[in-house]
Design a protein around this ligand. Structure first.
Ligand code: ZN
Length: 440
């Protein structure tokens, strides 16, 4: 339910297992540890001096050939995508992935071993709300090799994926909402698959010492070679979805959006992850720089409440940042998921109702009227709104800047204000408001 806040989660206790590393073929032990709120997921190299850690963030991405490698300084961790996918999809926001080698145990080439481990450790809620990336505008990346990833607004995290092999053989399609239950049942057991032509040179060079039919499906011509039969008729596209989840986990925030992927690979997944992270960084920067009061004579919440009779949930202004002139000012309202109107507007797709934005404009304009008239014996009534336009949805988590300017006052009884609301540097709504004064 989007109307109840989701909390961050970590593991209930430490849990580990040992297995073979794909590239070196050596034995490796992996242990998952709980971590505090806002820690994110970090990998720890227990085998190196000082036991360095690497943040599972896109900034640390090093290479995307065949698998996803992250690193800091000279320290590397390879093939992080399956363990990351399992942690992320099973709802773990904060964890330490400790290993005594540069790669997790490959297991059977799926995320099953990691899901089992997370189940063993347990998943527990923490006291801080989760951070989300809400997709507002459609974003996309495409590559020369034919990969195309589109991210569409959605109140859930969904993936619709089309996979196609050489000459479009083994073309498969699957669309799903990514939930812990769906991941565990539909995605986690799907194994890595490779086309023989692609791995032949690697095998000849002995670069995948740990690779075998025990941990990958090999496709040679029409033949599908694996130790056990296919687990799903469309196992390949399921594994592609697994890799997308693991690579997108490097955003470090939960995504609300619908990923439509055609022939995706680690490189294009990483490109989309980068694009999302860049957009998130831009949004955070705007929110921080705009939230700092500028100009003089702003009003804090208490002062606003001394002027306006409105109270929660009808107070639509947190504070006035500044009065540019006597007739012009900017108010701010942080729109949280806890606003009562989100519960009914609409469940599953929360957007701030347009009339509440008009109400916010009216309240900011009223503060100007009050300052101007200082007519405590009179009270301004909101009479009409003209030229009302709603340009973009306002979503939970947005910081809305409400601009109001008094344009004319006709006689003693009427006043007009031109207003607009801004979120992330774009105008989301605008209106011309008319007020009348009546004696109290
Ligand atoms: Zn994979």
């Amino acid at each position: 339910m989007p109307s109840t806040p989701e909390f961050q989660q970590t593991l209930g206790k430490v849990a580990g297992f040992s297995g073979t590393a794909l590239h070196t073929g050596e034995k490796v032990t992996l242990r998952l540890h709980p971590a505090p709120v806002d820690h994110g997921i970090k990998f720890k190299r227990k085998d190196l001096q000082d036991e360095p850690t690497i943040d599972a963030r896109i900034e640390n991405l090093k290479t995307v050939e065949r698998a996803t490698t992250i690193g800091e300084g000279s320290v590397r961790v390879h093939t992080v995508e399956h363990v990351l996918a399992a942690l992320w999809a099973m709802g773990v926001d904060n964890a330490i992935v400790e290993m005594d080698a540069n790669e997790p145990p490959i297991g059977d080439g799926s995320a099953q071993a990691y899901v089992d481990l997370i189940r063993k450790a347990g998943v527990v809620a923490q006291e801080e709300p989760r951070k989300f990336f809400d997709t507002r505008d459609t974003m996309h990346v495409q590559s020369k090799t034919g990969a195309l990833l589109v991210l569409l607004p959605d109140d859930k995290f969904r993936i619709s994926c089309t996979q196609a092999g050489p000459n479009n053989k083994f073309t498969q399609f699957l669309s799903m909402e990514v939930t812990p239950a769906a991941f565990e049942r539909e995605i986690a057991p799907a194994r890595t698959f490779v086309f023989y032509e692609d791995v032949k040179t690697l095998m000849d060079k002995n670069l995948i010492k740990g690779g075998s039919l025990e941990n990958a499906i090999v496709v040679r011509g029409e033949a599908v070679l694996s130790k056990e039969p296919l687990r799903f008729a469309d196992e390949f596209v399921r594994h592609k979805i697994l890799d997308i989840i693991g690579d997108l986990a490097l955003v470090g925030r939960r995504i609300r959006g619908h990923v439509v992927a055609v022939k995706p690979g680690h490189a294009s997944n990483a490109e989309l992850t980068r694009l999302i992270t860049r957009e998130q960084t831009r949004r955070s920067a705007v929110a921080v720089s705009r939230a700092v009061p500028s100009g003089d004579g702003g009003l804090d919440t208490d002062q606003v409440m001394q002027i306006l009779p409105h109270r929660f949930p009808f107070l639509m202004v947190d504070r006035i940042i500044s009065f540019e002139t006597e007739t012009k000012c900017v108010g701010v309202k942080t729109v949280t998921i806890n606003e009562p109107f989100f519960q009914g507007h609409f469940p599953g797709h929360p957007v701030m109702p347009g009339v509440m934005q008009v109400e916010a404009m009216a309240q900011v304009a009223s503060i100007l009227l009050f300052k101007l008239a200082k007519a405590t014996s009179r009270i301004g009534y909101f009479m009409s709104a003209d030229e009302v336009k709603f340009r973009k949805p306002v979503l939970p988590g947005d910081t809305m800047f409400i601009h109001a300017e008094l344009t004319k006052s006709r006689g003693e009884r009427l006043a007009k204000a031109k207003c607009h609301c801004v979120v992330n540097d774009s105008i989301v709504s605008e209106a011309e408001l008319m007020f009348t004064f009546l004696d109290k």
